[in-house]
Design a protein around this ligand. Structure first.
Ligand code: ZN
Length: 290
């Protein structure tokens, strides 16, 4: 068996394999008929089918046509064009449709393929809502056909979605790992130190700086272990493991509620399996081999 290209995590487009074909530059959008990725307040609109969920398909679902204007064409899934559109937060759904959370921490029940498609739709719609005007001259922009990009007809500037890199780090020291928690998380839940990469900084530099700033310790032997696209609203989470290299644990209370060393065999309440934090803890928070 060959080694997979990337870690298997929802929101990574690889989860969809070859079934998903992104739209290509210059392709005119097809007729608005196919699969619908309708997003309402970080929920995906689905057709419940016993314990499973399907996407609405065909034309815009009856009762929603007045709310779905100018849908965003993402590409095709199993040969069917996929369109994203957002619905107003308080809009009632027609019978036969329901909404399911896309946010893992809110206990999503969606399967990984729908999370990945729904996450892409969320990013496209976020971009759509923030790219209506040219950042250079302030004029209204138009879509570049088949792409997420926008063009300014007035000054000809083209701009593209912003993806924000963030590092997420497991610090290890023998049989113990350093975990942190934020005040807004569920009681008892700990996860990893994380933060955005600054301009002018390497990923390794960001790892060392974030750990030092948030928990006061130094790290060495920094290794990349995988990544996850995170559509809340547009991050790419870059996962690392690092070894403790010295320094006193000192929690930055402006960022964190707490941070502690935990023995690998006594980890607290873990993050969801849907997140790269859960993946890193599952695979790398292990006691050293005897
Ligand atoms: Zn312009």
């Amino acid at each position: 068996m060959s080694t997979p290209l990337s870690v298997y995590l929802p929101f990574n487009r690889d989860v969809l394999g070859r079934a998903f074909e992104p739209a290509k530059r210059g392709d005119p959008p097809p007729e608005a008929q196919g699969l619908w990725l309708l997003v309402q307040d970080q929920h995906l609109v689905v057709v419940p089918d016993g314990g499973a969920f399907a996407l609405p398909r065909g034309r815009v679902p009856d009762g929603l046509d007045s709310m779905v204007k100018d849908p965003f064409w993402l590409g095709t899934y199993h040969g069917m064009p996929c369109f994203a559109a957002s619905l107003p937060k308080d809009a009632a759904l027609p019978p036969g449709l329901a909404r399911e959370p896309l946010v893992p921490m809110r206990g999503t029940r969606l399967p990984d393929d729908l999370l990945s498609l729904g996450g892409m739709a969320m990013q496209a719609l976020w971009w759509e809502s923030t790219s209506g005007f040219c950042p250079r001259c302030g004029g209204p922009t138009t879509r570049i056909e088949g792409e997420w990009g926008k063009r300014c007809p007035r000054c000809h500037y083209e701009h593209y979605p912003h993806l924000h890199p963030a590092v997420i780090i497991l610090v290890r020291d023998g049989d113990r790992v350093l975990l942190a928690r934020k005040a807004e998380w569920a009681p008892g839940r700990y996860a990893l130190v994380a933060g955005f990469v600054d301009n002018g900084e390497s990923l390794e530099g960001a790892v060392a700086r974030e750990v030092k700033e948030e928990v006061g310790v130094d790290v060495k032997d920094v290794h990349y272990v995988g990544s996850q696209n995170w559509p809340f609203p547009s991050q790419i989470m870059l996962g690392f493991v690092a070894s403790y290299a010295g320094g006193e644990l000192r929690v930055d209370r402006s960022e964190l509620d707490d941070a502690c060393w935990f023995p690998c065999d006594q980890l607290p309440n873990r993050p969801s399996r849907h997140s790269i934090a859960g993946f890193i803890l599952e695979h790398y928070a292990r006691p050293a081999a005897p």
